[in-house]
Design a protein around this ligand. Structure first.
Ligand SMILES: *Cc1c(COP(=O)(O)O)cnc(C)c1O
Length: 426
């Protein structure tokens, strides 16, 4: 059987090229195994994973607890649809809402679906609670956002590559510069019809743009004051990635779970995905309190797979791992170490301009023109040296290893990265 035959990297790449849509441009490496912070290619070469599937694999590859929960559930009951109840969904809903301190959750599968769900909830809330006139609701978003790939979500992207020839687009979005409180205030005041402000606490895809420390709390206060929903897309930044359970926890020093709820910028709508399953399965979720979530009534929104028993089992296990293994603290400590080690190198580097980020969501900016291939070439050299990372927009390389990394491994990775960068110094 074809699926059991061993193939070479070259063959695997050729198969994808011939039979798959060309909607990605992967780094030429073909992976066939993963464990913790490592992945292996089909020829058996071992790499550090410094992308973690865009922060979906925070808990490390094939975490035994998550894999066990998944396989046990897969042998018992996989899918009922929401036409019937199942005995896992309610347990998951209780667990995740207590974990993040919200009244209710609406489970979906992918990140983009969760963003769509959040937009629908915010619009419905605007009409039915806030009293916005029908069809007039607006949602404020930031320039250079990334919230997924559906037609509505790309409607408010400003990545031409993501938009070109996919129109017509969904109206009802106001775009403002990121990390600009005045622009937010002006946008909120410009219309009575603003339902929500949809924001990434750190812009991951755009190149790990980290806003001012008080941006999120000021944005939240403005939203509160003007009866606008503060909607945090934590699909990439959440679940311990940035050194706290959520990035909106900011510089809060609590361990995994936020005890200072009064001071953290608690969103009205929280959007999660990616690491909510530890990369084992597509699981996403939208969390909100009753006053918001109760606008959704039977038949008004749904998904065949959303909230299925496997997703519920995997989601609980994945969140338990984050607490049991203190991943937020580890991410915070190792992230500081990573940036300080790289900063020492950057002082004397002509090829790297800067490193930025929070926790283990970091990026370096390469000192070259946006359209040069330097970042790509560096990623190829990193691959050859045993570490996998991918350029993001322009000449920026994101570094986001699994959060189960230890200090020794991180220092090993830093030396691989520096050794590689040295090959590119002029
Ligand atoms: C990845 C991502 C999404 C989209 O998630 P998918 O599962 O790919 O649909 C949305 N928002 C942010 C911030 C993301 O990083």
């Amino acid at each position: 059987m074809l699926t059991l035959d061993k193939i070479t990297s070259q063959q695997a790449i050729e198969l994808e090229d011939k039979h798959g849509a060309h909607n990605y441009h992967p780094l030429p490496v073909v992976l066939s195994k993963g464990k913790g912070v490592h992945v292996w290619d089909v020829e058996g070469k071992k790499y550090y994973d410094f992308l973690s599937a865009y922060s979906a694999v925070n808990q490390g590859h094939c975490h035994p607890k998550i894999v066990n929960a998944m396989s046990r559930q897969a042998e018992t009951l996989t899918l009922t649809s929401r036409a019937f109840h199942n005995d896992m969904l309610g347990k998951f809903e209780k667990y995740i809402t207590e974990y993040f301190s919200f009244d209710k959750v609406l489970p979906m599968n992918t990140g983009a679906e969760a963003v769509e769900t959040a937009i629908k909830i915010a619009r419905k809330w605007a009409y039915e609670v806030k009293g916005v006139e029908e069809r007039e609701a607006q949602i404020i978003v930031a320039e250079n956002n990334f919230h997924g790939r559906t037609t509505t979500v790309i409607s408010f992207s400003n990545d031409e590559n993501a938009r070109k020839n996919f129109g017509p687009f969904t109206p009802g979005f106001i775009k403002i510069p990121y990390d600009d409180i005045e622009a937010l205030e002006n946008a909120i005041k410009s219309s009575k019809n603003v339902a929500g402000f949809l924001i990434e606490p750190i812009q991951g895809e755009a190149g790990v743009y980290t806003p001012a420390d008080d941006y999120m709390s000021k944005a939240k206060a403005l939203c509160n004051k003007h009866n606008v929903l503060f909607m945090a897309d934590e699909i990439q930044t959440g679940i311990a990635r940035t050194g706290s359970l959520l990035a909106v926890c900011g510089n809060c020093s609590c361990e995994n779970h936020c005890e200072r709820q009064a001071t953290y910028s608690r969103p009205d709508i929280l959007i999660l995905g990616k690491a909510l399953s530890g990369g084992a399965y597509p699981v996403s979720a939208v969390l909100a309190d009753n006053a918001i979530m109760n606008v959704i009534k039977p038949g008004q929104h749904g998904s065949t797979f959303g909230g299925n028993p496997i997703a519920a089992a995997v989601g609980m296990a994945a969140l338990e791992v984050v607490k049991e293994e203190n991943l937020a603290l580890n991410s915070r400590v190792l992230g500081k170490l990573f940036r300080s080690e790289l900063n020492k190198y950057i002082e004397e580097s002509s090829i790297v301009k800067l490193v930025r980020g929070r926790g283990l969501l970091n990026a370096i900016v390469i000192n070259d023109s946006e359209d040069s291939s330097t970042a790509w070439d560096i990623c190829i050299a990193l691959r050859d040296n045993g570490l996998l990372a991918k350029p993001t927009h322009g000449n920026i390389i994101r570094f986001a290893p699994p959060l189960v990394m230890n200090e020794e491994q991180l220092l090993d990775c830093v030396s691989i990265i520096i050794k590689t960068l040295k090959q590119f110094e002029k």
